[in-house]
Design a protein around this ligand. Structure first.
Ligand code: KG4
Ligand code: ZN
Length: 364
């Protein structure tokens, strides 16, 4: 450590990205990405229409050491220069998590470096602070292929879940709709592209849980409604596909605006003195332009400081894991080498799990 400056190696292997990164945390709490390498296994899994855990774990084993060597080389550092080694310890596909965590333990043991066993969701939750000063508490909306949740981020390791999905994750809903329409995997970007030429009013899909006084989500009924329309249409013209995509996106957008309003109300009840809290949107679905417009409108309406980190840091990466590790190390929260990998690991341990939220084996 050099005058409160730390260098942390991060490792991410919880789903279908193998990733290694080095970040620097400065004494004033600001951060910088020194190297950030992500190897997507998308092509390996695409033929199966989703992530195959066994294939993912094998790919992590094949590529991880090379990616770490590359990340260290690009950073111009040796292992002895590191102040900590951070790896995702869950939640995620257990086989993959074990690969990354075991590698981190090996490095920690060999070089006497502190180990940081990071919750993948905490990586997503804290990413915004790597890029700029963001004060606690803030509101986090995580929308990925495996998770859809609102959290109050009160501090490092301090989370309060306001709402989560009671069935499918939002990214999963996009992927399933894409599959129904034969659009390929991952479906989100394809649905978005097709929706551009479509009529959002043609199909009146449900707005799940709209108006409910909590801020949970549900997407499986919406997906079923899409399936029924697709079945009724029979052979689909390009215009049909575009109209289904646009109508689906419109339903998601309206639902999201409603759930966000509830989340802000609950946040303000919990923290009445925070004037303009940050709203951080993370996860792959944050890339969707239609939804971004919803967040922008909501931010203006509810006096929120909207921050959507760039896509390469919103989707799975190791810089966010290294950063969460750095924030934990700064608080003296290093882990024991005996720490175990966990398939499930909610951020807010006080909340009862809801079936379907962060399914075993789902992407986080
Ligand atoms: O965060 P991410 O890269 O991986 C994890 O799930 O951790 O998110 C992937 C999800 C997929 O379900 C994908 O279809 C969705 O994000 N996605 C999108 C868009 N880009 C990616 N969904 C809607 N619109 C997009 N433009
Ligand atoms: Zn993730």
């Amino acid at each position: 450590m050099d005058q409160g400056r730390t260098h942390i190696l991060g490792i991410e292997t919880s789903c279908d990205e193998t990733a290694a990164a080095v970040i620097r945390r400065n004494a004033d709490g600001s951060g910088e990405i020194v190297s950030n390498i992500v190897l997507s296994q998308l092509k390996d899994h695409a033929p199966y229409g989703g992530v195959v855990p066994e294939i993912a774990a094998r790919a992590h084993v094949s590529h991880l050491d090379g990616l770490i060597a590359q990340a260290m080389k690009e950073a111009g550092l040796g292992f002895e220069d590191l102040d900590g080694v951070a790896a995702t310890a869950g939640p995620g596909l257990l086989g993959g998590v074990i690969v990354g965590l075991t590698m981190a333990k090996g490095i920690a043991l060999a070089h006497g470096t502190p180990l940081l066993a990071v919750n993948h969701l905490e990586g997503h939750a804290l990413t915004a602070r790597l890029l700029r000063t963001v004060e606690f508490p803030y509101l986090l909306l995580l929308i990925s292929g495996g998770h859809t949740q609102f959290q109050i981020v009160a501090g490092v390791g301090r989370y309060h879940r306001l709402g989560t999905t009671i069935d499918d994750a939002l990214g999963e809903a996009f992927d399933k709709v894409a599959k129904l329409l034969g659009l390929g995997y991952p479906g989100g970007p394809q649905v978005e592209a097709r929706a551009r030429g479509g009529n959002p009013q043609r199909f009146d899909f449900p707005r799940p849980l709209k108006g409910r006084k909590d801020c949970n989500f549900s997407f499986s009924g919406l997906k079923t409604a899409v399936r029924e329309v697709v079945n009724d249409l029979g052979t689909l013209s390009d215009q049909d596909v575009a109209d289904v995509c646009a109508s689906f996106e419109a339903a998601v957008a309206e639902t999201m605006a409603d759930r966000l309003k509830m989340a802000v109300t609950l946040f303000r009840e919990a923290h009445p003195r925070v004037e303009s809290p940050a709203l951080i949107v993370a996860g792959g679905v944050a890339a969707n332009a239609r939804l971004k417009a919803v967040f922008e409108t909501a931010a203006a309406q509810h006096r929120l400081n909207l921050i959507v980190p760039p896509a390469r840091l919103c989707t799975d990466n190791a810089a966010m894991i290294a950063w969460a590790g750095a924030e934990r190390l700064a608080l003296g929260l290093a882990d024991d080498l005996g720490v175990a990998a966990r398939a499930r690991w909610p951020l807010d341990q006080t909340q009862a799990p809801i079936y379907g939220s962060g399914k075993l084996g789902a992407k986080a």
